[in-house]
Design a protein around this ligand. Sequence first.
Ligand SMILES: C[S@@+](CC[C@H](N)C(=O)[O-])C[C@H]1O[C@@H](n2cnc3c(N)ncnc32)[C@H](O)[C@@H]1O
Length: 349
Amino acid sequence: MTDRTPDTADAAHDPAADAAAVLDLVTGGVVAQTLRALAELRIADHLAGGALSAEEVAERVGSHPRTTYRLMRAAASLGVLTHEGDRRFGLTGRGRLLRTDLPGSLHSLVLVQTSNAHWQVWKHFPEAVRSGSSQATKALGADVFEYYARPENAEEAALFARSMGDMSALVTKEAVAAIDAADVSTIVDVGGADGQFVLALMEANPLPRGQVLDLPHAVEGARREAGKRGLSDRFSAVAGDFFTEVPPADLYLLKTILHDWDDDQCATILRNCRSAVTEGGRAVVVEMLIGELGEPDLVTRADMGMLSITNGEERDLDEFDALFAATGWRRSKTYPVGGGYVGLELVAS
Ligand SMILES: C[S@@+](CC[C@H](N)C(=O)[O-])C[C@H]1O[C@@H](n2cnc3c(N)ncnc32)[C@H](O)[C@@H]1O
């Protein structure tokens, strides 16, 4: 008897292919920084009119020609740029998502994922696993939302809000179609950032008044967005703390809120909504769901991100249902809302 892994497992393995796969995985950070450099230099915007040589791009963005060529060559091997020969590069479908001026742009998201806050905190990731909690406070001197609220981080906070808005664009169309809000009089978007979700629901439904509840630094952006859409007369933005209290509403929206927090904190937010909801009212939680274990899955990767930067986590449906049951809610409907997200509609239990 030896304690080796059985040979049957070895037989199915190709060590060279496995080594290549691990190298591919461990250079994920290089991939992220390559996307970041493309996004910071706004190279996709310069290629919007058609392919350009690396030297032409370097001249337009004020970067070094040789390193710009190397960056664009790497981006072509990642499927973000096309190589058209003669050191000329164009945009693929993925590359187009790095443009700043298109609906569905992921430009801000790329910058946020590689921004100071996120990158600083990743340095401490093994310690987060060892200790059971995010090391954001150690890395940033504050939890991530307090960090964003500091005046010196206003630009990073605005970028974060913009990236959340862009991600909202991926889900709002389907979510708005799925949510029956025709007869609702008040909708509160809990932690609603710039209000994209509630404002889209208001555009589709002329009756409801909408409100964003968020931290003080975030509410001005929501007011501006409502103004841009001509919805200011039915909209308000309140600075507050969803752990303390939420305003009364017939419909609460909680989009990518619960994944930021641990179970006890989620329970506080859900209980606050439950005690303020009007008779017969509802809540819609929008999140990604952890799927089958062991399958390739962006959500388990996002879960590592949540552990790193917040004390939150991605959850499976059973875990969400347990949270709802413990806080006076029952899931009454479930619908896909695009971008890999689902809507979990809740009524009082
Ligand atoms: C992940 S973002 C989601 C934003 C928005 N719901 C969306 O999906 O685009 C979390 C939001 O919660 C807000 N937030 C964090 N802590 C809060 C608190 N204690 N009270 C109210 N809002 C808070 C943040 O400012 C941020 O806008």
